[in-house]
Write a protein that binds this ligand. Structure first.
Ligand code: TMP
Length: 208
């Protein structure tokens, strides 16, 4: 059985990645088995409970380190219970956010050390890196506009422009460091244009 492809959509808030997931999944399903569409934090019943804990407001302070550990705890559950079995069965996986979000939000956003995140990445993800990561990018003004218009659903939506600037810069830096694995998507383009760009890229990389 050929292992499935592990594809991640990640990037700044309000960039439309969640809109693209089902569209790209439909395209993949025209030529092969329907992919698993999933998300982080979350993706299994237990990891979805962890997602609520990660994103909701708390009565007491949530130390940044605890936040990071919770993201990786949810990731460990999701990866082992959902993603890896699907890939092993030959299914493609489309995942809404993955490790890059921890570097961007807990690292650049919250100020935690990249080297600590890297240790957790080694422990939790190890060799199971995505085959391709699409980074959805938007200029800060547009990003803040979109966050405002959708009503600030969770703790991260309420962060200020400086936080989002750091998050954006980290995504772009990571994409630049590994151009073979990352593709930056101009998320200000139309929905149809973005879907076409992603599908063309997948076809070029993984045809056959
Ligand atoms: P979503 O808005 O794409 O559903 O993601 C939920 C929030 O979780 C988003 O604000 C980014 C945040 N997040 C982290 O802070 N660290 C992580 O590792 C992940 C996966 C998400």
């Amino acid at each position: 059985m050929t292992r499935g492809r592990f594809i991640v959509f990640d990037g700044v808030e309000g960039s439309g990645k969640s809109t693209q997931l089902p569209l790209v999944a439909d395209w993949i399903a025209t030529t092969r088995a329907a992919p698993l569409v999933t998300r982080e934090p979350g993706g299994t019943p237990l990891a979805e409970q962890m997602r609520s804990l990660c994103l909701q407001d708390h009565q007491e302070e949530l130390p940044k380190t605890a936040e990071l550990l919770m993201m990786f705890a949810a990731r460990s559950v999701h990866l082992n219970n959902r993603i890896l079995p699907a890939l092993a069965a030959g299914q493609w996986v489309l995942c809404d956010r993955f490790v890059d979000a921890s570097y961007a939000y807990q690292g650049a956003g919250q100020g935690l050390q990249g080297s600590d995140i890297a240790q957790l990445e080694t422990l939790v993800v190890g060799p199971h890196q995505p085959d391709c990561v699409f980074i959805f990018d938007l200029p800060i003004a547009m990003l803040m506009e979109r966050v405002k218009s959708r009503g600030q659903a969770d703790r991260f939506d309420r962060a200020d422009a400086e936080f989002h600037k750091r998050v954006r810069a980290t995504y772009l830096e990571r994409a630049q460091q590994q151009p073979m694995r990352y593709v930056v998507i101009d998320a200000s383009a139309s929905i149809q244009t973005i879907t076409r760009t992603i599908c063309k890229e997948l076809e070029a990389r993984f045809a056959g």
